[in-house]
Design a protein around this ligand. Structure first.
Ligand code: DX5
Ligand code: ZN
Length: 233
């Protein structure tokens, strides 16, 4: 259990939104904690989405903070420019970074929270000593690249180990999960120790994205309430 209560955040991914109406799509999730923006370059992942000019515009019109997830190569060069755009948080993949400590420091120096992402098969252990450099660890729960994939339960032990390491070292690092998060899988991810939940198709695929956010939040809160309840002696 965490020493301080974990803040539960629901961050819908606009990857599943209507790309022809992104301003209106952001307005439909104004009860979210942040909007998750997936940037893909068709090199780090086999898919292509939006780049810096579009994200800069989204930052200006969004009713909620933006949480960028950069699935791009040469991320050491690009990520600081997303921080300069005023994004609340910028997450890079450690597999794409030549100097992750330097990059995390640069993001913070430019006023963004620093997030570092791990693909499902990337272990967390080599990075435990740099947790204090981060505000958020993103543990991918699908292979990055596409929305609508099934949650990989094989990632749950890594989430548990990361949570134990964070709590054990007393650093304040959020654990974000991204991919296949539904009303059902959010419970398993929260029980394992995640506290920021990205959901694309299970928010924008519903008739009311705002209601879908509240359903996801309610399920995560049930787990958080159970974990903070006094334990029997
Ligand atoms: C996948 C992206 C996700 C994606 C999740 O590479 O990083 O953010 O939008 O979509 P769902 O929630 O549909 O799995
Ligand atoms: Zn993402």
């Amino acid at each position: 259990m965490s020493a301080s209560p974990l803040k539960c955040c629901i961050n819908p991914s606009i990857l599943s939104a209507d790309f022809a109406n992104l301003e209106a799509e952001l307005a439909r999730i104004s009860n979210a904690d942040a909007a998750h923006v997936d940037v893909m370059d068709n090199r780090f992942v086999p898919n292509l989405t939006i780049g810096l000019p579009v994200v800069e515009r989204l930052q200006k019109v969004s009713p909620v903070p933006l949480d960028a997830h950069l699935m791009i190569s040469e991320v050491d060069r690009w990520a600081p420019q997303f921080a300069d755009a005023g994004l609340a948080s910028v997450t890079f993949h450690v597999e794409a970074s030549d100097a992750p400590v330097k990059l995390a420091r640069e993001l913070r120096a430019r006023g963004s929270k620093a997030g570092m992402a791990l693909r499902p098969a990337t272990p967390v252990e080599p990075y435990l000593d740099m947790l204090a450099e981060l505000d958020m660890l993103l543990i991918m729960t699908v292979e990055p690249g596409f929305g609508g994939q099934a949650f990989l339960d094989v990632t749950l032990p890594k989430i548990r180990r990361a949570r134990a390491a964070i709590d054990g070292s007393g650093v304040d690092v959020a654990i974000q999960v991204d991919g296949g998060v539904t009303e059902e899988t959010i419970v398993r991810a929260a029980e394992a120790g995640a506290n920021i939940f990205v959901a694309g198709s299970s928010v924008y695929g519903k008739p009311s994205p705002a209601d879908a956010i509240e359903s996801l939040r309610a399920n995560a809160h049930l787990v958080f309430a159970k974990n903070s309840a006094p334990q029997p002696v």
